[in-house]
Ligand binder design. Structure first.
Ligand SMILES: [Fe+2]
Length: 183
């Protein structure tokens, strides 16, 4: 097995077999509800970065993947920076999230569109059941860092979210984050 290490102070992974992917604001600005504000964002700004460790081939039944995500603080208009969000392609696959740093909102949506959220703060643990789309918004003023563990055959369905979105958004209202149902 390749050697990796987890820095439990920072929440970051290290090792030659750790892969990284990132998304810029320009790549995902279509997700935000205020498209006028989205048209004026710095497109090259890195919104989030994911490190992941995949000791078995993607799609393997019975394996586990591990990842760390860092989401920068900020907003597009009144909407907090967030990840794209996804259902798992194998819908019944679950996942753990655990927060290291920052303040976040884990949006959870069932297959009928009902959307709720769990507050993320340092040390918080989140069990994401199957059949539940998940997206994370950084509702704080510092980078949000969390780790994830998920089955290696879960896969990703981003398309459903691109097409239909979540049932609610994390928006700033009177200086505070509020879950606002889709109008
Ligand atoms: Fe997932």
């Amino acid at each position: 097995m390749p050697k990796i290490s987890m820095d439990w102070a920072t929440g970051m992974l290290a090792g030659s077999s750790v892969k990284t992917s990132s998304k810029t604001l320009g790549q995902i600005r279509s997700l935000f509800h205020d498209q006028e504000a989205a048209s004026q964002v710095p497109v090259d700004l890195e919104l989030y970065r994911v490190q992941f460790y995949t000791p078995v081939e993607d799609g393997t039944e019975g394996g586990l993947f591990w990842g760390s995500t860092i989401i920068q603080p900020g907003k597009v208009g009144d909407e907090y920076f967030m990840t794209k969000g996804h259902f798992h392609r194998l819908r019944n696959r679950a996942e753990y999230y655990a927060t290291f740093h920052g303040e976040g909102a884990l949006l959870l949506m069932d297959e009928k569109g009902a959307t709720r959220y769990e507050k993320m703060s340092p040390g918080s643990m989140h069990y994401i059941p199957g059949h539940t789309a998940h997206r994370v918004a950084n509702i704080g003023s510092t980078p949000l860092v969390f780790a994830a563990c998920w089955p290696s055959d879960a896969g990703y369905d981003y398309e459903t979210i691109e097409r239909e979105g979540f049932g609610a958004r994390m928006l700033e209202r009177n200086g505070k984050p509020v879950l606002v149902p889709r109008g």
